[in-house]
Design a protein around this ligand. Structure first.
Ligand code: NAD
Length: 451
């Protein structure tokens, strides 16, 4: 506890002294972070393998590679993002100049989950450091090999007064939340998100909440079925479905049910083999609690593919389930694992109404060729972000904001949206002293004429 107080206090002093303001200093730190990751790639792969059995390919694509791109993109654009922005002034403000100054908040707390334990801890930190803040990361206790490695790497690379990692369980987070931060960035479940927001309100600390939900993948009758199945097989079963924006369920036009499920099974086999439980590259479930939760969900509906599991290795086959209803537990909670329920619809408009009645999802994917309907889906349903004829890939575009809406979160990051999240925008009016417009003062002609 005292340690927490001391670190926050040291960071606050460091920040108040103006150490983080300089553009070159921020650049140096981002470069240092990239070099730290590059020099320790093999240890990072090993930690991710131990925590989640992540393959090197997946670990690069979704963790390290993503972070390298985010750092490079930030380095390339930082000067422009930091620059004051000239704004127009109305005629009533004649003689003055208006502009926006970008100011860091101060000391930032980043709380991250276990599913992409490196990426989701460091991506917000990159934005926060770029914006000139000091950062404390609280990584997830459930991905302990990655958390420990992250902690020791950050500790040996950075001044703790700028950037530090605080490992621990829920109690550690709760103790951290008693301190006053200038910004809190939380990634995790919706229920914990509510606790974070409550705690933040005590100090009026602004928050970004990157939460979860049930993200639908809609497959319409005119979709390119083979490609849709291939992209969904990858998007759903990457990281064994433990992805916040993984398609949570398939909403499928009845006319293409047979064709689509057949293609999906084909692509699952192509990606993970005929026996995924023996595939050394297939991600495992993070812990026994989540494993047992998922195994219980297998009792619902009828399994049309997969369904086998191994409790020793905590692997569950990519599993397709049909004959589930909206009232079944599998359709009531975020699945966050390799189980994919398939529901069908006859009419796209009815399907959209059904989705709109659910909580606003973090992502939505529509597969279909008709541009009018694509547009209708985008406009009619509220969701964090998503893709047409693809899934998951939108989050790797640094030009797009990434975040939820409603129960799936608030605020966004990635690229400039991340920089902006950790930046207070200060509006400044610089007035002339060469003359003084009279109309604002009582008794001025303007005033009299108004009266
Ligand atoms: P979680 O909410 O259980 O935990 C997240 C973090 O909060 C961890 O560091 C944990 O130690 C801490 N925490 C847990 N309970 C707490 C409490 N009562 N008080 C204070 N801190 C607490 O989430 P998780 O299981 O690690 O991750 C899975 C969830 O995260 C899923 O819902 C998923 O959709 C969501 N998620 C969202 C995104 C996104 O970008 N929107 C990304 C990944 C995961």
């Amino acid at each position: 506890m005292n340690n927490i107080k001391e670190i926050v206090e040291n960071q606050r002093t460091f920040f108040i002294r103006g150490n983080t303001i300089d553009y070159e200093y921020r650049r140096e730190n981002l470069k240092k972070l990239k070099a730290m990751l590059k020099e320790n790639e093999s240890e990072i792969y090993f930690a991710l393998k131990q925590d989640l059995n992540k393959s090197k390919h997946e670990a690069f694509l979704t963790e390290l590679g993503f972070l390298y791109s985010e750092i490079d993109f930030t380095l390339k654009n930082l000067k422009e993002w930091m620059a004051p922005v000239k704004m127009p002034s109305p005629l009533s403000h004649k003689g003055s100049k208006s502009y926006i100054v970008k100011e860091p908040y101060g000391v930032v707390l980043v709380i991250s989950p276990w599913n992409y334990p490196l990426q989701l801890a460091l991506a917000p930190a990159i934005s926060a450091l770029a914006a000139g803040n000091c950062v404390i990361i609280k990584p997830s206790e459930h991905a302990k090999h990655t958390s420990q490695l992250l902690s020791s790497l950050i500790q040996s690379t950075f001044d703790r007064s700028l950037f530090s990692v605080m490992e621990g369980d829920i109690e550690t987070t709760q103790n951290l939340l008693k301190e006053r931060f200038d910004y809190i960035f939380f990634t995790g479940s919706t229920n914990v998100g509510k606790e974070i927001m409550k705690a933040a309100s005590e100090h009026l600390t602004p928050v970004t909440l990157e939460l979860g939900g049930k993200s639908p993948a809609i497959i319409d009758a005119d979709a390119n079925i083979n490609l849709a199945a291939k992209r969904i097989a990858w998007a759903k079963f990457t990281n064994a479905g433990q992805t916040c924006v993984a398609p949570d369920y398939i909403y499928l036009h009845e006319d293409v049910k047979f064709k689509f499920t057949k293609a999906l099974v084909k692509h699952i086999k192509a990606l993970y083999g005929k026996h995924p439980l023996y595939n050394e590259e297939y991600t495992k479930i993070i812990n026994n609690k989540h494993f047992e939760r998922l195994v219980q969900l297998l009792d619902q509906g009828s399994i049309i593919h997969g369904g086998n599991y191994n409790s020793e290795t905590r692997l569950i086959e990519p599993t397709l389930i049909e004959k589930v209803t909206w009232d079944d537990p599998i359709m009531q909670e975020e699945i966050f694992g390799p189980l994919l329920p398939i529901l069908t619809f006859k009419n796209i408009e009815d399907a959209l109404y059904v989705i709109k009645r659910q909580e606003k999802p973090l992502a939505l994917y529509y597969f279909g060729e008709n541009e009018k309907i694509q547009q209708q889906v985008i406009e009619f349903i509220s969701f964090g972000g998503g893709a047409i004829n693809d899934a998951l890939f939108h989050l790797a575009n640094p030009h797009l904001p990434f975040g939820g809406v409603g129960n799936s979160g608030m605020g966004a990051y990635h690229g400039q949206y991340g920089f902006d999240t950790f930046t207070h925008k200060k509006g400044i009016l610089k007035q002339t002293t060469k003359f003084d417009m009279p109309f604002r003062y009582p008794g001025s002609k303007f005033n009299t004429s108004v009266v």
